[in-house]
Each structure stands twice: as structure tokens, then as C-alpha cells.
Design a protein around this ligand. Sequence first.
Ligand code: FES
Length: 210
Amino acid sequence: MSNDTNTKREGLVNPGQDTPRRRFLRRLGLGMGAVGGAATAVPFVASMTPSARAKAAGAPVEIDISELQPGEMTTVAWRGKPVWVLRRTPEMLATLKKIEGEISDPASEKSIQPQYASNELRSAREDILVLEGVCTHLGCAPITAFDTGEESVVDKDWIGGFFCPCHGSKFDFAGRVYKGVPAPTNLPVPPHRFVTDNLIIVGEDPEESA
Ligand code: FES
């Protein structure tokens, strides 16, 4: 039996062949690397503060965003969950209106966010988005899907946002979930307050909202 016949029967492909699945996995790897890079650029706060045990128990965490550039995201741990902080660009913000008809809960009526983030941007400040990076379907970790067109990990018409690789849920740049995917609600916004323009505390509400 020839090698060609064996290859077909076992469903294998030529090791050098660039299949759609391989291209997808390669892009996925790049996307996850991008998140790691941003987290490295702005140090992981969980490792910097004095009591890791207190944080694991749910103590608030501080995030210095002075180095965070437009379009960059960093991740901190709060109550054992990843919390993302994204500095949105004007272009990212502009996408939110364009896709409103494709969003399952555009006004976030069924989703979890504090009152000060109950708006179409789901944020207390226009440019800064704070989200729990936990998919509302079965708890996987969505990835950044900021690239569009041919570079997108979603599809060539993708306008940018977040993508859960477990079962394909899609979220926009406000963490709002698209219609027709398994995740039932938007990504939660945790309590947070701005101490200064560049210092956020996750796990505390602003004093005026208490
Ligand atoms: S856990 Fe995210 S789509 Fe299922």
C-alpha cells in the first residue's frame, strides 16, 4: 500500500500543508501571545502588592494604567478571576454603534454591571473598559480578537472584540455578547473606581455610588 493511501485513510495531512485549521490555531496562539505581551508591559499587579493571600480572599486590587497605550489591554487577578483593563481607541468605540443590531443585550438589561457602568459603553469612563475575562457560557477564558479582515481569528467580516474559543461566543469592545452564540449575557463589569486618572481600584465602588 502506498504512503498516499495510508495518509488518506488515517485522515492525516502532509506535515508541511497549511490547512484552515492550522491557520486558525496559529492565529489563536498569536492572539493569546498579544494578551501576554500587554500584561508584561504593565506588570501583573497581583505579584506586586504585599499580601497575595488577601487578594485571593477577595481584597481590592490597584491597577496603574499610566503606561497603558490606546488599544492595549492588561490583566489582573481579582477574587481568582482575570480582570481586563482595555484603553479603547476612538476606532474601537466607533464599532459599538455599528453592530448594535447584532448584539443580544445591547442595553445590558440582563447582564451584570454596576450602576455607573449601566450605559451603552459599559464603563465609568469612555476610553477605559474594565471587564471580568470569564465567558458567561461555561466559564472559559475569551481571547482578544482585535485584528480584523484576513488576520481575524473569527472571520474576515469581524469588526473586532473578544472571542471565546471553547464554543465560539463573540463579544464586542464593551463586552456585549452577539446574538446566536452560546453565551447568554454580556461579560460582567466588576466594581471599580478611579482614584486618579491613572489609578484604578478593582473591587471597590466609587464613594459617591455607595
Ligand atoms: S465557554 Fe465560552 S462559548 Fe462556551
